[in-house]
Each structure stands twice: as C-alpha cells, then as structure tokens.
Unconditional design. Sequence first.
Length: 454
Amino acid sequence: MEDEKTLDADSVRSRDRAHVWHPLFQHSQLDSQDLLVMSKADGCTITDAEGRTFLDAYAGLWNVNVGYGRSEITRAVYEQLERLPFYPMSQINEPAARLAEQLSEILPGDLKHTFFSNSGSEANETALKIARQYGRQKHPGENRYKVIARYQGYHGFTFGALSATGQLGRRVKFEPLVPGFFHVDPPYCYRCPLKLSYPDCGIACVEEIEELIRREGPETVAAVIAEPIIGGGGVIVPPDEYFPRLRQICDQHGVLLIFDEVITGFGRTGTLFASQHWDVVPDIVTLAKGITSGYLPLAACVVTPEIFESFLGDPDEHRELAQVSTYGGHPACCAAALANIDIILRERLWENAKRVGDYLLRGLQSLGSPFRGEVRGKGLMIGMELVDEEGALLDVERAGRVKSRIREEGVLIGGMSHAVSGPESVLILSPPLILTETEADRIIDAFRSGLAAV
Ligand SMILES: Cc1ncc(COP(=O)(O)O)c(C=O)c1O
C-alpha cells in the first residue's frame, strides 16, 4: 500500500476514475476533460495537486463565504471533537443550543425554532414536511398539502426538494415525483416568460401565484417556497415589489412562505440574509452552505413560534415532528458554524460583499462585447448572460470557449447545469465574501479575455 499522503495527482486521478461517480458529469468525457485534483486553499485561492493556483470565484459551490484557511474554525472543530465528538439530537449538546439561539438573534423577524440537518436538500425536505403537518394542525378539516414553487428554482436533489425544483433536466429522469407540487413563472425580467416588460407588467408573475392559489383552492395549499434570488437557475433577481406582494398573497390565503436562503444566507447578497433587501420575513427559512462556509456539513430549518407551537399537545395527540437525522445538529458542525458566524459578524462580511460586489458588477457591465448580455446580481452573487447576434442565449459551443478561456486565465466560475431546456449560457460568480478589489479586477480581466475568445 502506498503512503496515502504521497500520492501524486495521476495516482489520485486513476483511483478516482476507477471508483468515484461525480455529480452532473458525463464520465465518458474524462479523457478530454480532466477534473482538477484539488489539494490546498487559502483565502480566495485554491491550488491543485499539480501546483496550479486558481482564484475560486465560485467559493466552492456558493458556500465558502469566509474564504479558505480560517484556523479559528479548524480549532473550534478540533476542540469540540476532543470534548464530545458526537451525540444525537435525541439529547442536548451545547454548540447546537448556542447556534440555535444565535440564529434566532441574527435572523430577521420572529424566526426562533431550529431543526438541524446536514444539507440544503434536507433543510428543504424538513420545511416542506413541517408546512404540510402545520397546515393540517392549524386548519383541522382542511387538507393543505399543495406547494407552489417557481420554474428555474432549485431546492435540492432529494425527492421532496426535487419536486419543488423547477428545472426540467434535474427532474425528468426521476419522474413521477411527489404529488402536490405546482410551478409558476420566475421573475425573470430580462427574458420575461410572460412576454411583458417591467414595470408595466404589474408584476404579473407574482399575481400568477395568487391566481394559482385561487384556482387550486386556498384550503388545499400549504406553502410557497422560493429562493430570494434564484441561484443555479441563472441568478434571477426579482423586482423590488415581488416579495412584499408575495408576502401579502400568502397572508391573505393562510399559506406559509418558505424562503430557501441556502445560497443567499450569511452575507452573500450584501445583507446578512437576502429577505432583508425587501424587509419581508418568511414563516420558515432554510439555511445551509454559508452557515459553516463549507468547513463541515450542516443545515437548518428555522420557523416562527406560531408554527412551532402548533406542534405542541398531549403525547397521545402525536403532534411532534416525526423525523430524525443522525448527524443533524452534530456538535462539531455546530461548533464550526458558531466560529464561522463569529467571523462573518466580526468582519461584517456582508458589507464587503456589497462594496466589492458593486465594483465587480460595474466592471463586468462595462465590458464591451456583443456577446455580453445582462449582468445582474446583488452583493457577491452575480450572473452574466452570454448572448448571440440575435440576443438569444449563446450556443453551448461558443459559450464553452468563453468558459475555457476564463479557466485558462486561472479563474474558477460556476454555471447553470440542467437548469433550463436549451443553452444554459449564464456565467455565475459567487466568490468568498472576503474578495478584494484587486481580485475582482482579475475576474473582470478573465471575463474580458473569455468574451474575446468567442
Ligand atoms: C437554493 C438551494 N437550495 C438548496 C440546495 C441544496 O443544497 P445541498 O446541495 O446542500 O443539498 C442548493 C444547492 O445548491 C441550493 O442552491
């Protein structure tokens, strides 16, 4: 057996090829498209096993908010593992109790009770199950089980979260999915699915939700679930009126509003939570990714006292939430989250996300190329549409050239994947929130070079 610490990149690759199944990836392409063997990282920079360095302008997978190499988090995890490596949430552990308290303090509004799990998908599963059970407990005699979501939205890969996901390519091979999920048009003004123009449209896409609730019967609808800014579906920022109006619609019909802040939470969009852009408080919020900045897996589903209290009753009423997650609320993961959130709050990283995000957005918007379509986003969550001569999304081949050139320039970015039918030519940026203007300039230069490669 070779010493595992001394494996060179090719040895790692050959083991990987033989045994690892990668997500969203056609393995027959491995010969022409070698994946990078990631080896170490610091700040916004990641180094592969062949010694090449990259600016990680995607923060892993939208999640390394505080950047790499934060020894405060590593130490907190190590100390917790030494003290108490594990005990399930059937009893109490200190980091989970402290973290739930902290979330209740930093989240807007009255979001006070947390159920912990391990991934964004699971946090959304939890939210959907809570919404269905709450609907039945709160409105006896009604059967509120339907869930409304948006096309192009993404909520996870498990069956419930996938049923809420509005991306055909992620769903179609696994259908039929969970019954009771409905989709409406996203607030995608640049290519309005309703062929209208803002503001004359009267935000028809949000009125579509009200119409659907009426048509289905409000007494059958449990919840609307939405990403405040659609991420993997192409960084779609709604008009300012959208969420305040959606809040009104949900209140009017007794429907819960679930915000999936898996990407947008913890400073990414220039506020601590994206709901704060519009002063709208959801009934349930789901959090993952930036909660630990990826140092360990953790997710949270946080609800209002109104919802939590509907689960109280005599034991023989069986109102408790009948689910358990072995690792949800893992003490070391919660210790990582506490240390991570401490950094975010101490360094006020949402402010840097806003300042450098605005700078990056302006820089990208100023790039002169016929292939640059809309550049949009908030804070350090930015998308650039690549367009063809007619303004349609650029074909896969030419968009591929742009992406390859950006990679050759040493910048790693994200993209849409199976999000829409047709070309998915939105380039996605979601770097660590510690990004400097100098690093933003590097990203802008790489995009300039990429656009020239079409
Ligand atoms: C908005 C959103 N919700 C949920 C998820 C699912 O999270 P996970 O991959 O941790 O299950 C993702 C993942 O990218 C996401 O972007």
